[in-house]
Design a protein around this ligand. Structure first.
Ligand SMILES: [Zn+2]
Length: 340
């Protein structure tokens, strides 16, 4: 496989899976056969994948999937990357294919919002005065790009959305237009909002990725965060004219360059302009941690002076905080990353 030219496939499908274990082993075999890497989540409610490989490998995968009657009407989104964005293949069985943790059954097929094609979405924004745009993604995702005037919840994880919902009650009677990267999160989020009494809930079919493909970047500002090594995409064909709306946490310069705070116990995803990291390694530590007095000597990170000095036996508290940081970590490690 040519590693410098990778085809990336994004898909999800809500359909009843009776035997997730069996499907998982089929998927591992299929991906290995065609040299594909990435992440596939399987649950009783369906399948959700982001995988990459050669053009031929990806085509063979799509053909195989479509020959399975459960997935014959599945939609695939394709993008390209100069090299393989995933270090390995990971096929996992989970309780949900995108984790909202709403603690109630959500029937995405029956109870979701009205799907709008990108053209319908654009028309509604332009012609309807009563619309509210709502970004179902996380805080750091909308930091670098969003639909203009969209409401962006200050959530670090999709699982935080049920708790944030009460902040938006005043929009219950508006035409409530919800969007995310590839559409999967809105499949669940629209059900949640409708159950909470929102009357006119719509969702962008295929998400931002599909909108860009069909309608370009009108009404959009900035870039689009993605959960792999690429970190973000720029609207196609518009690289030069679209400026980043993200701001460096230290210098306020425009940037879409994310790093995780160097201090392991924080590990928050922050925007830092690459020039500042080159200038001073201390800029890898977030402002909050710096205020708390952490610097390159005192922060905990692999090989740091503080970690070397500590080397204490693992306490329960340390293990828990480490675990929490791994679970929340929105960096492009596919082991921990969230969904499209
Ligand atoms: Zn920090």
């Amino acid at each position: 496989m040519k590693e410098h030219n990778s085809t990336v496939l994004l898909y999800y499908y809500f359909v009843k899976i009776d035997d997730p274990e069996h499907l998982a082993s089929q998927q591992r075999f299929l991906c290995q056969k065609h040299g594909l890497k990435g992440r596939i989540l399987i649950a009783n409610e369906g399948i959700n994948g982001t995988i990459a490989g050669s053009v031929e490998g990806i085509q063979a995968y799509q053909t195989a999937m479509r020959s399975d009657s459960r997935f014959e009407s599945m939609e695939f989104k394709i993008s390209h990357h100069e090299r393989m964005p995933f270090p390995k293949l990971m096929v996992k069985i989970r309780p949900e294919i995108v984790t909202l943790g709403a603690n109630m059954p959500l029937d995405t097929a029956q109870e979701g919002g009205t799907h709008l094609s990108p053209a319908e979405w654009k028309r509604m924004i332009e012609e309807d005065k009563d619309v509210v745009l709502f970004d179902t993604r996380n805080r750091y995702e909308s930091d670098i790009g969003k639909f203009k005037d969209a409401i962006c919840p200050n959530t670090e994880n999709f699982r935080d959305l049920p708790d944030a919902l009460s902040n938006y009650e005043q929009y219950k009677d508006k035409k409530f237009l919800m969007y995310c990267t590839g559409g999967i999160r809105c499949e669940k989020a629209t059900v949640l909002f409708k159950k909470a009494g929102f009357k006119n809930v719509f969702q962008l079919q295929g998400g931002i990725v599909n909108y860009w493909k069909e309608e370009g970047h009108s009404h959009w500002e900035g870039d689009c965060f993605v959960f792999d090594e690429r970190m973000y995409l720029k609207p196609p064909g518009t690289v030069e004219e679209v400026t980043s709306i993200g701001r460096c946490v230290h210098s306020n310069q425009p940037t879409s360059h994310f790093i995780n705070c160097l201090h392991d116990q924080c590990h928050k995803l922050i925007l830092v302009h690459p020039d500042l990291i080159e200038e001073d390694s201390l800029n890898q530590i977030c402002p909050t941690c710096r205020e708390k007095g952490f610097n390159l000597e005192t922060a905990i990170y692999p090989g740091s002076p503080a970690q070397q000095a500590k080397k204490t036996p693992k306490t329960r508290k340390n293990r828990l905080s480490r675990k929490r940081s791994i679970n929340n970590e929105p960096n492009p490690n596919p082991e921990t990353s969230q969904s499209h």
